[in-house]
Ligand binder design. Structure first.
Ligand code: F6P
Length: 326
């Protein structure tokens, strides 16, 4: 099992439902395998400011069902500097932590990668983000719950859209990725999705107007992924108001409610499997890898791959949406 005796665990970046299930899984698997566990509060910031507590099995009791993260989270500017990382390293050593498990998205795993390289520390990452934008894993922890939250909201908006015969642009999160928007649109029966991945390929609004709304529908839902590349829901609503004034248009921006809520069964199981696999990876002396799931199998993805590669959108899904929204 190499030299590792004590692991530190932190959550970083945007919280995601299922992070607590992951904290629980990492903690309990570590203890099961004879390792000591230290919970680091507020992400990398807590490594710098020394907010670290020993975790026993009871510290993670009754949290599998909770949204958010009991460890809190932050986006630390100081950790971006070499001085900040040096302080973080010294704190780690003072607490006897000799490996780190980082749960977070792209930015958090980028931080882990740099830290691991600079100080030669075993770091293992778990993909925790509602955006689902990490390469090398079929889904990320929190994505399924956020998707279900979107469905719930869109179903409700559809009631009023239908009653008033309106065109709704609903903006969802995803940073620069369209997974929530595209799959949210398919699952909610929306008429179209506008996603950053296709922002340069076609005029997605024109496509939508031509393909469906004009011909047969008097109410419609278009899901728009937030992103500078799409311009967001407001942008499209303004365009329609100017170019097609006959439509009654409304905008709904779902915002941070997408990040909350009790994790779905899918996210709890995913987080539990990935958390246990993170400890397996540490015991096998793996370092600088993100734990992912591909075709229902655990995979170790080098940080360099998980972070740097853009996860592609499955074009088949785009076609499904197009065909089913006629
Ligand atoms: O990465 C998760 C995410 O929710 C993105 O979808 C969104 O763009 C961003 O975080 C929002 O960040 P914040 O909570 O800092 O406003």
């Amino acid at each position: 099992m190499g030299q590792v005796k004590c692991i530190g665990i932190l959550t970083s970046g945007g919280d995601a439902p299922g992070m607590n299930a992951a904290i629980r899984a990492v903690t309990r698997s570590a203890i099961y395998n004879g390792l000591q566990v230290k919970g680091i509060y507020r992400g990398y910031k807590g490594l710098i400011t020394d907010e670290i507590v020993e975790f026993k099995s009871q510290n993670v009791s009754n949290i599998i069902q909770l949204g958010g993260t009991i460890l809190k989270t932050a986006r630390s500017k100081e950790f971006l500097t070499p001085e900040g990382r040096q302080t973080a390293y010294e704190t780690m050593k003072r607490h006897g932590i000799d490996a780190l498990v980082v749960i977070g998205g792209d930015g958090s795993l980028t931080g882990a990668r740099v830290f691991a390289q600079e100080f030669n520390i075993p770091c293992v990452g778990l993909p925790g983000t509602i955006d689902n934008d990490l390469y090398g894993t079929d889904t990320t922890i929190g994505y399924d719950t956020a998707l279900n939250t979107i469905l719930d909201a869109v179903d409700k908006i559809r009631d009023t859209a239908t009653s008033h015969e309106r065109l709704f642009f609903i903006e969802v999160m995803g940073r620069d990725a369209g997974f929530l928007a595209l799959n949210g649109a398919i699952a909610s029966g929306a008429e179209a999705a506008i996603i950053p991945e296709f922002s340069t390929e076609v005029d997605q609004l024109e496509e939508f107007i031509k393909s469906g709304f004009r011909k047969s529908k008097n109410s419609s839902i278009v899901i728009v992924a937030e992103s500078e590349l799409t311009g967001g829901a407001m942008h499209y609503a303004e365009r329609v108001k100017n170019e097609y004034p006959e439509y009654d248009v409304r905008v709904s921006i779902l915002g941070h409610l997408q990040r909350g809520g009790s994790p779905t069964a899918h996210d709890r199981i995913l987080a539990s499997r990935l958390g246990a696999a993170a400890i397996d990876a540490i015991m096998e002396d793996q370092r600088n890898v993100m734990i992912g799931i591909e075709n229902d199998q655990i995979v170790y993805v080098p940080f360099s791959k998980a972070i740097k590669n853009d996860k592609p959108i499955n074009k088949e899904l785009v076609n499904v949406l197009r065909q089913l929204s006629i």
